[in-house]
Design a protein around this ligand. Structure first.
Ligand SMILES: NC(=O)c1ccc[n+]([C@@H]2O[C@H](COP(=O)([O-])OP(=O)(O)OC[C@H]3O[C@@H](n4cnc5c(N)ncnc54)[C@H](O)[C@@H]3O)[C@@H](O)[C@H]2O)c1
Length: 323
């Protein structure tokens, strides 16, 4: 395969650093632009002789232009991530997730670089329709509930990307569904897996938010990354959105039971009201299941790692790094 110069924004983060690994292993030259707000240089420590880590913000338009000019292909993953961050600091999160993406897309348009934009299953909001197809309607709560600002900001990113695509910029959008695996962060998306693991290993109560009957499709990082790379290198991906998620639905209670059993924990499982964590008025989505037909047809992508297997690999990493 031809060596390509690739820029990964957010490349020191959980998904970004695994993406960087995959790109390096395929022989590409990689720059990372990351302000290390939730990302960590340690996630790239094993690559620092191959990868240039630029410690800066996507809000710095000049810096973004310099890095995009250098690259031939851009993966845009930098974002304020996770419901917790959004609820805690809605203003900063919104600015990063809208203005930052605007800077990246502007620069890609100026230098004519293909860009893959990382979006989210949150874009679908609280729709009751499952499985979710990329062109489905979005169903959101009121603007007074901060949680929906993340979904809205990511949807603006997608609209922006399509506005540039209407001017022929090659763009592809990937909507991730609950990715988990090594390097997940307790403050980020993987928080449910990370929190349960920590609590189960410590023998503390496993705190399930709500009644635990809400379900998610937990997607192992290798599947998340393989789909992202394919979106970047497959010409048919241009102008498309792809759901990248496992199709097996798991309730949060089931996840708690699985993790508890996998580590041989005696923890009790403790369902607790959402309000305890997020304050009054918090709304959650009950089910979130992707239809992955488009990714299968255009990218030849299907999720391959079973939850039991992915959890075992994650637990192995956790035990090595949290000893
Ligand atoms: N993990 C998931 O399941 C999931 C689900 C849906 C969408 N996503 C999306 O995937 C992308 C990566 O998420 P992640 O889970 O790896 O989270 P993460 O927090 O580990 O990664 C985000 C990265 O962006 C960096 N960043 C934040 N603000 C920045 C700024 N202003 N300038 C430069 N860098 C900045 C952070 O330091 C971090 O390294 C995000 O766009 C996120 O919205 C993730």
């Amino acid at each position: 395969m031809e060596t390509v110069r690739v820029l990964v924004t957010g490349g020191a983060g959980y998904i970004g650093s695994h993406l960087v690994d995959a790109l390096c292993e395929a022989g590409h030259e990689v720059h990372v632009l990351d302000n290390l707000s939730t990302g960590k240089a340690a996630n790239l420590a094993h690559r620092l002789d191959e990868v240039l880590l630029v410690n800066g913000s996507i809000l710095d338009a000049e810096l973004v232009e310099r890095e995009v000019e250098w690259a031939q292909l851009v993966f845009h993953l930098a974002a304020a991530v996770g419901v917790r961050h959004i609820v805690d600091d809605p203003l900063a999160s919104l600015l990063t997730n809208t203005r930052g993406t605007e800077n990246v897309l502007n620069a890609c348009f100026r230098f004519w670089r293909k860009v893959v934009v990382a979006s989210t299953s949150e874009v679908y909001g609280k729709t009751a329709k499952v499985p979710m197809q990329e062109d489905d309607d979005r169903v959101l709560g009121p603007t007074t509930v901060h949680r929906w600002s993340y979904s809205t900001a990511k949807a603006i990113d997608e609209h922006l990307a399509f506005a540039y695509a209407a001017n022929r910029l090659p763009v592809a959008i990937v909507r991730y569904f609950n990715s988990y695996g090594p390097r997940l962060d307790e403050r980020g998306y993987g928080s449910v897996v990370a929190n349960f693991l920590r609590q189960a290993l410590a023998g503390e109560p496993i705190t399930v938010h709500g009644d635990g009957r809400q379900s998610r499709c937990f997607t192992y990082i290798d599947d998340t990354v393989r789909g992202t790379v394919l979106a970047g290198f497959t010409p048919e991906a241009e102008g498309q959105i792809f759901n990248l998620g496992a199709t097996r639905e798991t309730t949060i209670l089931e996840l708690a039971e699985m993790i508890k059993a996998a580590v041989g924990s005696s923890s009790v499982i403790n369902p607790t009201a959402y309000e305890t964590y997020y304050g009054p008025g918090f709304e959650d989505t009950r089910r979130r299941v992707p239809d992955v037909t488009r990714a299968r047809e255009l990218l030849d992508w299907v999720p391959t790692v079973e939850l039991e297997d992915g959890l075992a690999r994650t637990i192995e990493w956790w035990e090595k790094t949290h000893a």
